[in-house]
Write a protein that binds this ligand. Structure first.
Ligand SMILES: *Cc1c(COP(=O)(O)O)cnc(C)c1O
Length: 437
């Protein structure tokens, strides 16, 4: 049987039936670091960053910028890598700000999102020197202005605008997504009102606009629709307030392959198409080209990640269903439980064996919904002690991990040029008890 189609990213290889990731033997890594184990391919991360950074520069010169949306996978080493690659980052909480700060990330290159920044968050971000706040709504803008006044600073901000684009139909519509919990909608007049408020506020400096349409996008047309709406908005703001936006952030969202049937996307080619549209529309609108930002998260880190588990039990309920239980679960990968997300699950040391059993791969939590992936084809004689690999787990796995059932979180081990190192150590039982009085 040919299972080569399952090797959905170029950093996956089959050597004598054993899965190698970033050129390294997954069985050896499991033996060295234990399971469950998050592996991350550092070279792949840097390669993906380069696609965005270099293509945006190629299209917009020094006005093209890549941001990493760090909520996809955040720990100190990740911020250090982004600093080395010379790109900016998005953060959404004081915890992410603290991590970037502790990693020595240049805080002027940090963009602070979130639809509800607390007063503590706002003050903490200012104290850390966060460069730009991405403001969600009028009350927040007033709070930022007031706290900046107390501190005697003028805080640069960009405003999150809801362009009213439904990323599922990839069309600009007047209603779709206007009901989002994020941002201020153009169609309701809220966007225009918050621009006025920002221009009038003494302790914020309005630097431009932000929007983010959705996720797992495989098509340029959603960004092209975004560009159309946002350039019109920029032109309208210029006409209404005489305000020229210095920055326009068109969001993240490019898709990745979780399974072999997901499309392959040429991100550089798509960015070039979007940039072309941007140039045409800006010229038509008679406005100056702003600095253009894109802020991918998933597509930077997703296929740079892989999770290894050890099988604990193979339960065959004759005439009903088969279960393969692993030593992790929804605590380290909640995405099937949350969204029904698809994943490719492979028997890491038996890539060439017949896969003649269909089983649900489940975790060890006390929860029937604790499923990594249903209906996975695996060898029927799979047994306790064997290794399973789940592919494309670099985004929204470690960053969404929990301690449900007081299960310690796995470590993150980085792979680079044939070597490996621990970026986040395994949680211990002492860590689990650390907060209890
Ligand atoms: C989550 C998010 C991103 C990144 O989205 P991906 O799908 O991971 O690329 C970018 N911008 C904002 C505002 C987000 O909330």
């Amino acid at each position: 049987m040919d299972f080569s189609k399952d090797l959905i990213c170029e950093n996956l290889t089959n050597r004598d039936g054993v899965l190698h990731f970033a050129g390294q033997n997954t069985a050896d890594l499991a033996a060295q670091y234990g399971t469950p184990l998050y592996l991350m391919d550092e070279n792949r991360i840097r390669q993906q960053v380069a696609v965005y950074r270099d293509t945006l520069r190629e299209c917009f010169g020094d006005k093209g910028h890549a941001l990493y949306a760090s909520k996809a996978c955040a720990f100190k080493r990740m911020y250090a890598i982004m600093a080395e690659e010379g790109i900016s980052v998005d953060v959404v909480s004081a915890g992410e700000i603290a991590s970037a700060h502790a990693a020595g990330f240049p805080m002027e290159n940090v963009y602070f999102h979130s639809n509800n920044k607390t007063d503590f968050d706002i003050a903490y971000a200012m104290d850390c020197g966060v460069g730009t706040f991405v403001v969600d709504h009028p009350e927040e803008l007033a709070a930022i202005d007031a706290i900046a006044a107390e501190k005697g600073v003028v805080q640069p901000v960009i405003l999150r605008i809801t362009p009213g684009i439904d990323c599922h139909t990839y069309e600009a519509v007047n209603t779709g997504k206007v009901d989002s919990k994020f941002g201020s909608a153009i169609v309701t007049g809220d966007a225009s009102r918050i621009v006025k408020q920002a221009l009038d506020a003494a302790n914020v400096k309005l630097c431009g606009f932000h929007c983010h349409i959705g996720s797992q996008v495989f098509d340029s047309s959603v960004y092209i629709a975004t560009v159309d709406v946002m350039v019109d908005f920029l032109a309208e703001m210029k006409k209404t307030f005489g305000y020229s936006a210095e920055k326009l952030d068109i969001g993240g969202g490019y898709g990745v392959r979780y399974v072999a049937t997901d499309p392959v996307i040429d991100i550089a080619a798509s960015i070039r198409e979007v940039a072309q549209q941007m140039q045409v529309r800006v010229a038509e609108a008679g406005i100056e080209m702003p600095h253009i930002y894109m802020e991918p998260g998933r597509s930077i880190v997703a296929d740079a990640g892989l999770t290894l588990y050890t099988v604990g039990a193979v339960k065959k309920i004759e005439g009903y269903k088969n279960y393969v239980s692993v030593d992790g679960g929804m605590t380290d990968n909640p995405r099937f439980a949350l969204y029904g997300s698809e994943y490719t699950v492979l028997p890491a040391t038996r890539l060439e064996d017949e896969r003649d059993m269909v089983a649900d791969v489940v975790g060890r939590c006390c929860e029937s919904g604790d499923i990594i992936q249903p209906d996975v084809a695996l060898p029927a004689d799979m047994a306790r002690g064997e290794l399973l690999a789940v592919l494309t787990t670099g985004a929204y796995n470690y960053s969404m991990a929990s301690n449900y059932n007081r299960i310690p979180r796995p470590p993150v081990v980085m792979l680079r040029d044939g070597e490996s190192y621990v970026a986040v150590r395994r949680e211990t039982l002492e860590d689990i008890l650390a907060l209890d009085k």
